[in-house]
Design a protein around this ligand. Structure first.
Ligand SMILES: Nc1ncnc2c1ncn2[C@@H]1O[C@H](COP(=O)(O)OP(=O)(O)O)[C@@H](O)[C@H]1O
Ligand code: SF4
Ligand SMILES: [Mg+2]
Length: 339
């Protein structure tokens, strides 16, 4: 079946002192109908830049997008601004990390939802108001008449995120992109918002691109997961496969840093270091090599491609099979056997 959206070699190039560098570097990924795909990776690896490129929300003065995006069989990057504006908030909608910045502080909650209904539906007058009440109830907000008149600052963070979700679903979106939708919220509220997203997905039969740095959220929500490192996908698999047999050393290090997922396969010490500055990255080398300095240089493949190592499981590392774990030492380490 044709995927809902397909990214082919999508890159986001930011201008830095006259030079362009790739914050998203030739990412290829598809999302099926009614599928939830998670993108997971540390801060700065290019997750939000990817979401903005799909939405066409990048700053055209400083950013270049290359590659292809096909949405419901139509090329997205070639669309005019008017066509894109119709798609945004309609067939594709975005839920940001921080609901306060997504909402207009000078408009009431009701006005903001109504405005989107005017833009994206044929409803008018009283029908809009009734639909706003309905949407507020659907996202679990009580007393919709009262809430209609309230301003964002009068609401809690969790309530604000529910309002953002109400705006996102005004016209039955085929794809919801949720960029760290719970990161700014209290732990107790996070689970409620995730449950709401699940319900919305089921009600509207939407697909979801869920961006997160939290593997717990991935386990709960996603069907498939792409692990991103320094602008590239380094591993792509179903959630089951990734959690059972994480292959890439970076993925295993992510698991090792979260004790609840410390399975035998993931027993690998937390690999030290940080995501490299994307402006300084050596595009001809393996970007993860500096974080495994104990391997001799010849052991690393230069710029390994994303290879399918079992059906549907892709990994960007030639030597993943040769990693061994010295579990008996407790603090498992990674060693490399001669090839
Ligand atoms: N508008 C911009 N101009 C230049 N560089 C940017 C811009 N937005 C993000 N970046 C850089 O691109 C990289 C990826 O950022 P981002 O997509 O926000 O990462 P993530 O969402 O994974 O934390 C970072 O190095 C960030 O500094
Ligand atoms: S090539 Fe080397 S540094 Fe790169 S992922 Fe494989 S083992 Fe790691
Ligand atoms: Mg981000």
């Amino acid at each position: 079946m044709e995927p809902l959206i397909e990214l082919k070699q999508l890159s986001t190039l930011f201008n830095s002192a006259g030079d362009y560098y790739a914050a998203v570097d030739e990412v290829s990924l598809s999302i099926g109908n009614n599928e939830t795909v998670a993108i997971v990776g540390e801060s700065g690896c290019g997750k939000s830049a990817l979401a903005l490129a799909i939405m066409g929300l990048h700053d055209e003065r400083t950013t270049r997008i290359t590659g292809e995006i096909s949405f419901q069989g139509e090329p997205l990057l070639q669309q005019s601004l008017a066509q894109l504006n119709r798609l945004r908030g309609d067939a594709i909608s975005l839920v940001f990390q921080d609901p306060l910045t997504a909402l207009n502080p000078l408009m009431t909650v009701g006005q903001q939802i109504a405005e989107n209904l005017q833009l994206h539906t044929k409803l008018t007058g009283e029908a809009i108001k009734q639909r706003v009440y309905q949407l507020l109830e659907q996202v679990g907000l009580p007393q919709p008449q009262r809430l209609y008149q309230q301003y964002p600052h009068e609401l809690s963070g969790g309530m604000r995120q529910r309002v953002v979700i109400a705006i996102a679903i005004v016209n039955n979106p085929a794809l919801i992109i949720a960029d760290e939708p719970t990161t700014a919220l209290d732990v107790t509220i996070q689970a409620q918002i995730l449950t709401l997203l699940q319900t919305i997905k089921a009600d509207y039969q939407s697909s979801v691109l869920l961006i997160t740095h939290d593997l717990g959220v991935v386990a709960e929500m996603a069907d498939r997961v792409a692990v991103m490192y320094a602008g590239q996908i380094v591993e792509l698999a179903t959630v089951d496969a990734l959690f059972k047999t994480p292959h890439h050393p970076y993925t295993r290090s992510l698991f090792a840093s979260m004790p609840q997922f410390n399975t035998p396969q993931s027993q690998l010490r937390v690999i030290e270091g940080a995501v490299p500055s994307l402006a300084a990255v050596d595009r001809q080398a393996c970007r993860f090599a500096p974080r495994i300095p104990w391997l001799p240089a010849h052991a690393h493949e230069s710029n390994p491609p994303l290879r399918e190592v079992s059906p549907g499981h892709y990994v960007r590392c030639t030597c993943w099979r040769t990693f061994h774990f010295r579990e008996e030492e407790g603090n498992a380490d990674v060693i490399h056997t001669a090839q």
